[in-house]
Design a protein around this ligand. Structure first.
Ligand code: PLP
Length: 451
């Protein structure tokens, strides 16, 4: 693949470091070069077609050939291709997008700060927690509780919030301001004989114990994805979030909902917060905000936070924070068009309809000897791979079966994501019932490879 030095593959190996890639193996294997998109499918540079069962990186909600988004970008490019919103300047698309977001967001939220990626939106959320508590004269109240298996990004601080071991090995991320609590997977972490309700009781108690042990006066916020994505597509027990939130409120700890994957219909409602009963003080969104056609993200904050930071910044003379590309007019115009399409085509209604079929198909794999749990909600799901169903013994990472399944699916024209012990699905929201069948038909063919 990489033997011809002028091939794209060889040039890739010679010039690029790839995220989340085994760089040694990549030297030999080279890249799969994706050249074109068409609805829920992408094509590589040899013309081979793949059903994109992960919507890219959990992101391309409207598929890979939505003309209206291209046209929105071109229109804005021709009118005003770039500008910023520093120093009191603004642009029409950034204003309209902020308004459109607040219209659909949970009612607790009242102002928007833009950024460019999920990581930046979460970094920004953490900085706002710190600035807010300084504004309130409680400089000790700064630590942020994340969860095991949480994924919040990869920058210096969003990486610290991320609770996945492999993102920490040898990266020396600053952990001082971070505390960690449980992952809410009853299947993976429930004790033998423990019901889901008892499991939730235990997690709620563990959180409160942690807060009391560390001192509530030192803890500013808690961050969680409504459904953990990269950490395993973990769907929490039904009353987990309302009960966690009751504890947080008791100790004046802010709730940050990371909706970078769940936002905009993925869970069957507009936000994961709606599906799981979360009332966020801060919410971060990215990915499906623009169907990932251009980089854009946002951090939404409640009125009390907005008022406190505005007054504090006034006292200091400046709100000394912001990214050059925050509220970029072209990204904003594309995001605005994305939100219009969600509404006009009733994407949420479509997800509600097709997801019943998707979830039923997913659960049909429970019969397979390798599948311990089939979990999911809306159009996101995972198959948990086990060596022993009765004891819930998870497939060991060293077995490499996840990678085998992922590669076999790719051979057969399906892109899914596999961790060592699970296979994930997160297709574009526009997927049809027939395409859901096509997706799971390939899964049925390749799962046996793990036996
Ligand atoms: N938060 C969640 C829940 C994510 O899944 C991701 C990325 O996958 C991020 C944050 C980070 O987003 P980005 O890769 O755009 O920085």
């Amino acid at each position: 693949m990489t033997s011809n030095p002028n091939s794209l593959a060889a040039r890739d190996v010679a010039s690029l470091i790839h995220p989340y890639t085994n760089l040694e193996k990549h030297k030999e294997a080279g890249p799969t070069i994706i050249a074109q998109g068409d609805g829920v499918y992408v094509h590589d540079d040899s013309g081979k077609r793949y059903l994109e069962g992960m919507a890219g990186l959990w992101s391309t909600s409207l598929g890979f050939s939505e003309k209206r988004l291209v046209e929105a970008a071109v229109r804005q490019m021709e009118k005003l291709p770039t500008y910023h919103i520093f120093n009191g300047r603004s642009t029409e698309p950034s204003i309209e997008l902020a308004e459109a977001l607040l219209k659909i967001a949970p009612k607790s939220l009242s102002k928007v700060l833009f950024a460019n990626s999920g990581s930046e939106a979460n970094d920004q959320a953490a900085k706002l927690v710190w600035f807010y508590n300084n504004a309130l004269g409680r400089p000790e109240k700064k630590r942020i509780i994340g969860r095991h298996r949480g994924y919040h990004g990869i920058t210096v601080f969003s990486g610290s919030l991320t609770g996945l071991a492999h993102n920490h090995v040898d990266w020396d991320l600053p952990m001082g301001p971070v505390l960690r609590t449980d992952c809410p997977s009853h299947y993976l972490y429930g004790e033998p004989g423990e019901t889901e309700a008892q499991f939730t009781d235990r997690l709620v108690k563990n959180l409160e114990d942690l807060i009391l042990r560390e001192g509530p006066e030192t803890i500013g916020a808690f961050i969680a994805e409504p459904v953990n994505g990269a950490g395993g597509v973990i769907v929490p027990p039904k009353d987990y979030f309302p009960r966690i939130q009751a504890v947080l409120r008791k100790y004046e700890i802010l709730m940050i909902a990371d909706e970078v994957i769940c936002g905009f219909g993925r869970t069957g409602q507009m936000f994961g917060c709606d599906t799981f009963g979360i009332e966020p003080d801060i919410m971060t969104v990215a990915k499906a905000l623009s169907s990932a056609y251009l980089p854009i993200s946002a951090t939404l904050i409640s009125a009390p936070i907005a008022e406190a930071i505005t007054a504090h910044a006034g006292k200091l003379g400046n709100f000394a924070h912001g990214f050059t590309y925050a509220g970029h007019p072209v990204s904003s115009a594309v995001a605005l068009e994305t939100l219009k399409i969600y509404e006009e085509r009733d994407i949420i209604g479509h997800v509600a309809e097709v997801s019943a079929h998707f979830q039923a198909k997913l659960r049909s794999f429970l019969d397979h000897p390798l599948v311990g749990e089939a979990r999911g909600v809306g159009l996101i799901g995972a198959l948990q791979l086990v060596t022993d169903k009765a004891s819930r013994t998870v497939l060991p990472a060293a077995a490499g079966i996840g990678a085998l399944i992922q590669n076999a699916a790719m051979e057969k024209g399906l892109i899914v994501r596999a961790s060592p012990d699970a296979v994930y699905f997160c297709p574009p929201l526009i997927i049809t019932r027939a395409q859901v069948d096509e997706l799971f038909a390939v899964v049925a063919e390749v799962l046996d490879i793990g036996l």
